[in-house]
Design a protein around this ligand. Structure first.
Ligand code: ADP
Ligand code: AMP
Length: 217
């Protein structure tokens, strides 16, 4: 089972993926997490990616396509994976189609999580992330039991640099211009299920789980 979580920054893709990978025992491929790990390590990839990420812009297609193509060949992705934050441009989607065709695989479903823009800004500016395991929290909507401490691993929570208001606004423009065309791109193959992502985290989880259950072998 190969499922893409599509939606604007702050839609709740990571929050839902965290729960879905546990429930359905799937591999998780979040390009944002992979790129942030590369930035942290100071590798050449990280040094290049950082320039784009801190401005709220997209890292070049060939860089992320390379990362995902390689990741998909790992053994944990054999039975299924959730893609979060990839693809983000039509060129990435076309490259993914090609990679999957060569592997004899296909996308089973694209879950598009739709959320109002005002809500996205509130969510992103209040987001906190674990430095150790990348689990996601919100200071009001999904607060950790102990302030700034990850419930899952005890790691320290931090605010992503690109979650500042000005960078969030830029990321929303980038999303509108470069990523929304994917709704049509996948819509043409009838792959898209739209979920209203404005509600309660657990309610949305239950709705997305029903979509996954239909796709499960
Ligand atoms: P994405 O991965 O799509 O960028 P996240 O999953 O990181 O989004 O969620 C963004 C922020 O919104 C996080 O702080 C998260 O805790 C919070 N959040 C996620 N889903 C909801 C929801 N349904 N209601 C309120 N807050 C949410
Ligand atoms: P995210 O964690 O998904 O919000 O991504 C954080 C940042 O990483 C984005 O603003 C981009 O700079 C970069 N990024 C993540 N995924 C991609 C992608 N598929 N294509 C290009 N850049 C990406």
């Amino acid at each position: 089972m190969l499922i893409i979580l599509l939606g604007p920054p702050g839609a709740g893709k990571g929050t839902q993926a965290e729960r879905l990978v546990k429930k359905f025992n799937l591999a998780y491929i979040a390009t944002g997490d992979i790129l942030r790990a590369a930035v942290k390590s100071g590798s050449p990839l990280g040094q290049e990616a950082r320039i784009y990420m801190e401005k709220g812009q997209l890292v070049p297609d060939e860089v992320v396509v390379g990362i995902v193509s390689e990741r998909l060949t790992a053994s944990d992705c054999r039975d299924g994976a959730i893609l979060d934050g990839f693809p983000r441009t039509v060129a990435q989607a076309q490259a993914l189609d090609e990679v999957l065709r060569e592997m004899g695989r296909q996308i089973d479903r694209v879950v598009y999580i739709a959320v109002d823009e005002e809500e996205l800004i509130t969510r992103l500016t209040g987001r906190r992330v674990c430095r150790e395991c990348a689990a996601t929290y919100h200071i009001k909507f999904n607060a950790p039991r102990v302030r700034n401490v990850c419930d899952q691993c005890g790691g320290e929570l931090y605010q992503r640099e690109d979650d500042s208001l000005s960078t969030v606004q830029e990321r929303l423009v980038v999303y509108r211009e470069q990523t929304t065309p994917l709704i049509d791109y996948y819509g043409r193959s009838d792959l898209v299920t739209e979920i209203d992502g404005n509600g309660d985290i657990e309610q949305i989880f239950s709705e997305i789980s029903s979509v996954f259950e239909v796709e499960s072998p």
